[in-house]
Write a protein that binds this ligand. Structure first.
Ligand SMILES: Cc1cc2nc3c(=O)[nH]c(=O)nc-3n(C[C@H](O)[C@H](O)[C@H](O)COP(=O)(O)OP(=O)(O)OC[C@H]3O[C@@H](n4cnc5c(N)ncnc54)[C@H](O)[C@@H]3O)c2cc1C
Length: 421
């Protein structure tokens, strides 16, 4: 069976790998010159089942209103992005009702838990070098109310096998001594010991190399422009004006998937949500952090990746604009200074890598995977802020769906057809 995967980011590569293990003849088409040069390039580095909550939690509408027009807001909506987002936004708000939100948390938590199992059982044996660390995730809070709400949410997620430990401010500083200078500002923290961290781009590069070694073909610097459909079944993909025939096609082109899927008559509700990151050397830091930290108050994440620190955060609806906006970058340096005030004074901007990427976001905060109404056409996109976390599990799920027709999680929960209801 010949399958074309469009996109060599996290989701395309894990899908290609598991398809190959099933014996498929796999070709990956990628417009960039190598793997993971778009959204999977410099993300927050955390594989965290503890963060399974979609962003549209109950009350998100009022939160978004309060943030409107603020350049330093965690969620920024640029007016130019609004016209193309109207239907999607309505769906996003509809999914912020408590019952829908909780149902979506459950789908994400189950996929995240499965994904970490797939990482451990199927990918860890490959010993891919990607600065993997197993210190869990530490979430910190600055008010008693934030800590209380988060502890109740963590307790709810225990039902999906997400273990946690609530910590007071002193215990936070014991677990991560680099936080000692701000411990007096904290109401406490929650440690999720089962979360993992690692460099997504290095993972992708190593996995792509391994895939090539086991027979996956990679065609870089090629643009897929159209899915070809004959009589309700996929026939192949147009690549740089040339027809590539295939028995199956997987679209894993992140926020660009909807345009490709539209050529096959499908409406895929995915919008780009811009995020930023900084990568900085920690060589001269006196107290190097080792635990990935999420500051829930300031919506920032800091993740050690070997000798470097990744700072990530903020969300911006700005269409497909991938320019670095100075105010948003500055915002990240400010957030770093709030978490590590002493060490951040050593940071020299000229030594930092500043980056922005587009999270492919579905309106219910759950990835869109698997079969579609077109026979032989499959999706693996829309994982939003959780694409690194979900990639191992989502890749296996989609490959199993294609090759075995039996999946270890209910594929209907993640299929495009759920938006028809
Ligand atoms: C700031 C930030 C922080 C994040 N932090 C985390 C985190 O800590 N944990 C987590 O789980 N997730 C995180 N994420 C989310 C995660 O990075 C993404 O969900 C994930 O990288 C998406 O992977 P992908 O394979 O879908 O997309 P991509 O990596 O963008 O891959 C899609 C590929 O398709 C290619 N492509 C597109 N169109 C075409 C075409 N027509 N023809 C050929 N090729 C095409 C692109 O070039 C690209 O390489 C973060 C995201 C951001 C922006």
């Amino acid at each position: 069976m010949r399958i074309i995967v469009v996109g060599a980011g996290l989701l395309g590569l894990t899908t290609a790998y598991f398809l190959r293990l099933h014996g498929a003849d796999v070709e990956v088409i990628e417009r960039q010159s190598g793997p993971a040069l778009e959204t999977s390039f410099a993300n927050g580095g955390m594989l965290h089942a503890s963060q399974a909550n979609p962003w549209n939690e109950p009350g998100v509408f009022w939160q978004a209103l309060r943030m409107l027009g603020r350049e330093d807001a965690a969620l920024l909506i640029r007016p130019r992005a609004l016209p193309r987002m109207l239907g999607w936004s309505w769906n996003f708000l509809r999914n912020s009702s408590l019952p829908r939100y909780l149902a979506n948390v459950e789908k994400n938590a189950r996929l995240a838990d499965y994904s970490l199992t797939v990482l451990a059982e199927h990918l860890a044996p490959l010993a891919l070098p990607f600065e993997r660390a197993d210190h869990g995730t530490l979430k910190i809070y600055r008010t008693a109310a934030e800590l209380d709400t988060a502890t109740r949410f963590a307790e709810r997620c225990r039902a999906f096998d997400v273990r946690y430990e609530a910590l007071n401010a002193q215990a936070v500083a014991r677990l991560e001594p680099a936080l000692a200078p701000v411990a007096h500002e904290l109401s406490g923290g929650i440690h999720f010991p089962d979360d993992v961290s690692g460099d997504a781009q290095r993972f992708c590069r190593a996995l792509a190399e391994h895939c090539a070694a086991i027979g996956v073909t990679f065609d870089y610097e090629r643009l897929a422009s159209q899915v070809v459909v004959n009589g309700g079944a996929v026939g192949g993909v147009m690549v740089d004006g040339e027809m590539r025939r295939a028995d199956g096609v997987v679209l894993a082109a992140a926020s660009y998937t909807p345009a490709l899927a539209a050529s096959a008559g499908l409406k895929v509700p995915v919008q780009p949500v811009k995020g930023y990151s900084l990568t900085l050397p920690m060589a001269d830091w006196q107290c190097k952090p080792h635990v990935p930290v999420i500051d829930e108050h300031y919506h920032a994440a800091v993740c050690p990746l070997g000798q470097q620190l990744r700072v990530a955060g903020t969300a911006e609806f700005a269409g497909f604009d991938t320019r670095l906006t100075e105010s948003r970058i500055r915002n990240l340096y400010d957030l770093l200074a709030r978490i590590y005030p002493d060490e951040s004074r050593r940071v020299e901007r000229r030594n930092c890598v500043e980056w922005t990427g587009l999270r492919p976001m579905s309106p219910d905060g759950v990835g869109i995977m698997g079969r579609t109404a077109v026979r032989g056409l499959y999706l693996n996109t829309g994982h939003g802020h959780l694409g690194w976390t979900m990639a191992p599990g989502a890749g296996k799920l989609v490959a199993d769906d294609i090759m075995r027709e039996r999946t270890e999680l209910p594929s209907a929960d993640y299929a495009l057809a759920r938006f028809d209801a």
